[in-house]
Design a protein around this ligand. Structure first.
Ligand SMILES: Nc1ncnc2c1ncn2[C@@H]1O[C@H](COP(=O)(O)OP(=O)(O)OP(=O)(O)O)[C@@H](O)[C@H]1O
Ligand SMILES: [Mg+2]
Length: 262
């Protein structure tokens, strides 16, 4: 399978003050020499304890932050050397769905404007095209056109996450980063959102980077799993390799936590 991304030796440090009363700064390495590829059309799960660097890696891939060193190639090209035009295309084709649907939607905007915004930002001027795409996408997440005039506070958590997903999908991206997309939702709503995401992936041939603490969920949906520990990639394998034959104590510990919950 062809690689969509190649992440090569990516490290990221953040400077932090050693005390509230001193100017002294130290480097904290949130990512240490991480190399992995993301294959076209796969669901790659990123797991690891809180603080292990999962969101930092996602933010590097989306160019929200720049790695301290290392390269990220998208279809063979270094994303930090993109021209303005290439950057614009990249921004449209890679989208993010956050953990918290309560804070990720602008509370002052109506749903129709929330959904139309990416189209407008990317230069769509035709009102009828915008209307058609907004109607299309709201129905695809099983909400209705009557929801478009409402504000985010008028929806439940699960419905808000559907709106956030619709917003991420409206530009027809080929790649989605899902950073704990269902961890703020209750279990039955979780399943609906996950099924919706799986359906979209199949229908639109997408590739997902799926970040989660929930190894049960990861087992259900992912093709391969990458395990991060303190900023280092400690293990990467197919779902079966990781679950049937984990190589590191850390992975075994993460898996044993799953079994404890069951
Ligand atoms: N902007 C920042 N400035 C300073 N430190 C940061 C910054 N962003 C992340 N960190 C630190 O980097 C480490 C990795 O954070 P990150 O958010 O990537 O973890 P995570 O694996 O996503 O955790 P969680 O599962 O809790 O979301 C943490 O120790 C965090 O405090
Ligand atoms: Mg995170």
């Amino acid at each position: 399978m062809e690689n969509l991304f190649e992440i090569q030796n990516v490290s990221k440090s953040f400077a932090y003050s050693t005390s509230a009363f001193s100017e002294e700064k130290k480097d904290f390495w949130a990512l240490k020499n991480v190399s992995l590829s993301i294959k076209k059309n796969e669901i790659l799960a990123l797991a690891g304890e809180s603080g292990s660097g999962k969101s930092t890696l996602a933010n590097c891939v989306l160019q929200i932050i720049k790695p301290t060193s290392g390269k990220i190639l998208f279809k063979g090209k270094n994303i930090f050397e993109f021209s303005k035009d290439e950057m614009k295309k990249y921004r449209a084709s890679c989208q993010l769905v956050f953990q918290n649907p309560y804070s990720s939607l602008n509370p002052k905007m109506k749903v129709c404007d929330i959904l139309a915004e990416p189209l407008v930002i990317f230069g769509e001027k035709s009102k009828s095209v915008i209307e058609e795409k907004v109607l299309d996408v709201i129905e695809s997440v099983s909400l209705s056109s009557s929801d478009l005039k409402k504000y985010p506070f008028e929806f439940s958590g699960g419905q808000r996450q559907r709106i956030a997903i619709a917003r991420a999908l409206i530009l027809k991206p080929e790649f989605l980063i899902l950073d704990e997309p269902t961890s703020a939702l209750d279990v039955s709503i979780q399943a609906q959102i996950i099924n919706l995401l799986l359906e979209f992936k199949e229908n639109f041939n997408m590739t997902y980077l799926f970040i989660s603490h929930d190894l049960n969920l990861i087992r259900h949906i992912s093709d391969r799993i990458a395990i991060l520990k303190n900023g280092e990639l400690v293990e990467l394998g197919t779902k079966n390799e990781i679950f049937e034959n984990p190589k590191t104590e850390y992975t075994k510990k993460l898996l044993s936590n799953v079994l404890n919950i069951i």
